[in-house]
Ligand binder design. Structure first.
Ligand code: C2O
Ligand code: CU
Ligand code: CU
Length: 431
């Protein structure tokens, strides 16, 4: 904490080497270390500053994914940090408790920089969440689970990944930078904060013994109430908080079982784009005695109904090929100009046969409808990224409260990072 009360964090993007298998070093990048970065935790109402140093030998940026903040502080492709240079964005944390994350956003190189290991979690806390009876002891019963796919040689050295339409796909998972991870559990109730930090792969998370997976929060914070699902689907960039109640001595595995149906892919496309792949993600090993936990609160949050009457502008976004509205990203072109303090409707349609995802900077939005129907409970809360199945239309309601800046745009894009790098991205300014 600075003398003026600012919470200060330091990140140093650096090259290093990581032994995913003992004795087999791979060249990787990380923040303040050789792979991934520290979890940043800040509270609503705090003023934060991040002192970022770029110790890499190429330019990068750091973007605060899911954060509501001024465009100049957003860390998109307009806030490049040259090798050896630093950048110190600061802003007020002004949003509800949520699991956010940070990652590079250099135009054309985002897939590469994230795949090398530059990513970390950014947890926002608030007073409303703090009084709920939920697990929140970091690393003990409240655990970050950063899921990435990778390729390894027979010896265990990280190597190239195969490429489909979706982008580069690895045939193994690394979780929090670890191959074959497990977690020893001493508490009956465990909260996992799942982040899909993969560049192209989507996951359908569920439990090995078939018990339902209990979802309590999506990208922008807690749902109104927990929902039990067979699978939690996360495309790249999305987060989910889930709870699991353990029985003493048991071992269960968080798995991902993607199917062409879940992915919305034709079987030919699915086979080469991760649409048929299964993985063990994380094994939980319960101790023989567990600290008891109370029942999960019935009401977790208040989420106002989607207010369509406030909409003043409707825009349409057509996802096709590597383009949005038949255009590729142009650094010097602002595609959409939004008036500050207004509410908009964005109709996002994937008109292609490939899945995409859609992410909007600056705001947490609501999905009002999917192909004209109300969204399922897992998509009814606050979102900043969603999986856009082929031939599907999503109606979003977004409120652009503040931070007008005619000169600096925010981004919207496909979060399959290879697609983003190819130009499947556009820019909007709030004025
Ligand atoms: Cu997670 Cu524009 O990014
Ligand atoms: Cu973002
Ligand atoms: Cu895409």
């Amino acid at each position: 904490v600075d003398t003026d009360g600012t919470r200060v964090f330091s990140l140093d993007a650096q090259a290093g080497s990581t032994e995913f298998e003992p004795g087999e070093p791979s060249n990787t990048w990380g923040f303040n270390g050789s792979y991934l970065g520290p979890t940043i935790v800040a509270k609503r109402g705090e003023h934060v500053r991040v002192d970022l140093t770029n110790s890499l030998d190429e330019p990068t940026t750091v973007h605060w994914h899911g954060m509501h903040l001024p465009a100049e502080m957003d860390g998109g492709p307009h806030q490049m940090v040259e090798p050896g240079a630093s950048w110190s964005p600061e802003w007020d944390i002004d949003q509800q408790a949520a699991t956010l994350w940070y990652h590079p956003h250099p135009h054309g190189d985002t897939e590469d920089h994230v795949a090398r290991g530059l990513a970390g979690m950014f947890l926002v806390q608030d007073d409303a969440e703090a009084v709920l009876d939920l697990p929140r002891e970091y690393g003990v019963d409240d655990v970050p689970v950063i899921v990435q796919d990778a390729g390894f040689s027979a010896e265990g050295e990280q190597e190239g990944r195969g490429h489909g339409f979706a982008g580069a796909l690895g045939d193994e998972l690394i979780v929090n930078g670890t191959r074959g991870p497990f977690l020893d559990v001493d508490d009956e109730l465990v909260r996992l904060r799942l982040l899909n930090a993969s560049t192209a792969r989507s996951y359908a998370f569920g439990w090995s013994d078939g018990r339902p997976i209990e979802l309590i929060a999506t990208d922008g914070g807690l749902l109104e109430a927990s929902v039990e699902l067979d699978r939690v689907l996360l495309s790249p960039g999305e987060r989910a908080e889930v709870l699991v109640r353990m029985v003493p001595g048991e071992r269960i595995v968080l798995q991902s079982k993607m199917t062409p149906e879940i992915a919305g892919m034709q079987s030919m496309i699915a086979a080469s784009n991760g649409g048929t792949d299964s993985f063990d993600v994380l094994e939980l090993r319960a101790a023989d005695t567990l600290d008891p936990a109370p029942a999960v609160p019935e009401r977790l949050n208040t989420i106002p109904p989607v207010d369509e009457t406030a909409v003043t502008t409707t825009r349409t976004f057509d996802l096709n090929g590597f383009e949005i509205n038949d255009d590729e990203m142009e650094m010097g072109r602002i595609d959409e100009t939004v008036t500050v303090d207004t509410t908009e409707r964005w109709i996002v349609t994937n008109t292609s046969s490939m899945p995409h995802s859609f992410h909007v900077h600056d705001v947490q939005f609501r999905i009002a409808s999917i192909d004209g129907a109300a969204p399922p409970p897992e998509l009814a809360g606050w979102k900043d990224t969603f999986f856009a199945q082929p031939e599907t239309e999503f109606e979003l309601i977004l409120r652009f409260e503040d931070y007008a800046d005619p000169d600096t745009p925010y981004m919207y894009h496909c979060h399959l990072l290879w697609h983003e790098d190819q130009g499947m991205m556009g820019q909007f300014a709030v004025v």
